[in-house]
Write a protein that binds this ligand. Structure first.
Ligand code: ZN
Length: 190
C-alpha cells in the first residue's frame, strides 16, 4: 500500500511536469487514489465474501477492462463537469492510466499475479526481476492456502494476512521519503 501511494505521488510529479501543471493538492490526492484504485475491490470482498465463498479480493484486478472503462468514465464525467474540474481531462486520464498500470505491475511481483490479457486470455502473469512468467501454478497454490480456514477468519484477519504478505521494507520507506521531499520542493517552487 505504501509503495502504491509512493508510486502515485511520483506519477503525479511526472505527469504535472509533462502537462506544465503547477502544484495542486487535489491532483496529488487523486493520483494517490488512482494508484491504489484496483484495491477498492477489497470493500466488495469484505461485503460479499461470506455469501459467495470468496477467498481473494481480486475482483477488478483486470487491467484491460478496468483501464478502458475508467478512461471512458473519466472522459464522460469530465466532459459534463469540465468547468468545475481543477485540471484538464487529459491530465486526469494520464494519472488514472499510469497509476493503474503501476499498481498492476506492482501486483505482478506478488504470488497472485495479474490476468493481464483477460478477457482474451485467462493466464495469470507474474513478473520476476525483468522477466514476465506464467504464474498459474504459483497463484493456484497461493489461492489454495488462502482457502484454508477462510470461513473462520474475520475481515480484520484478512487485512492482517495481506499486510504481512508485503510489509514495507527500508527501501520502500526511503523511496517514500525521497518522493515526499520532491513533492514538497514542487509545492515550494511551483
Ligand atoms: Zn492490488
Amino acid at each position: 500500500m505504501l509503495l502504491d501511494l509512493t508510486l502515485g505521488m511520483m506519477i503525479y510529479l511526472v505527469v504535472s511536469l509533462f502537462f506544465h501543471e503547477p502544484f495542486n493538492f487535489w491532483g496529488l490526492v487523486v493520483a494517490g487514489f488512482f494508484a491504489g484504485f484496483p484495491d477498492i475491490d477489497f470493500l466488495l470482498f469484505a461485503i460479499l465474501r461470506r455469501k459467495y465463498n470468496l477467498v481473494s479480493h481480486r475482483l477488478i484486478h483486470l487491467p484491460l477492462p478496468l483501464i478502458t472503462l475508467g478512461i471512458t468514465a473519466i472522459c464522460a464525467f469530465g466532459w459534463l463537469l469540465v468547468s468545475h474540474l481543477p485540471f484538464s481531462i487529459g491530465y486526469a486520464v494520464a494519472l488514472f492510466a499510469i497509476g493503474n498500470l503501476s499498481h498492476f505491475i506492482h501486483d505482478s511481483y506478488g504470488e497472485l499475479g495479474i490476468k493481464w490479457l483477460w478477457p482474451f486470455n485467462n493466464t495469470i502473469y507474474q513478473i520476476r526481476g525483468f522477466r514476465i512468467i506464467n504464474g498459474d501454478v504459483e497463484a493456484e497454490r497461493h489461492f489454495r492456502s488462502l482457502r484454508e480456514g477462510v470461513k473462520e477468519r474475520s475481515i480484520w484477519q484478512e487485512v492482517i494476512i495481506r499486510a504481512r504478505m508485503e510489509p514495507p521494507g527500508e527501501q520502500t520507506i526511503s523511496f517514500f521519503g525521497l518522493v515526499f521531499t520532491l513533492c514538497a520542493l514542487f509545492y515550494i517552487f511551483s
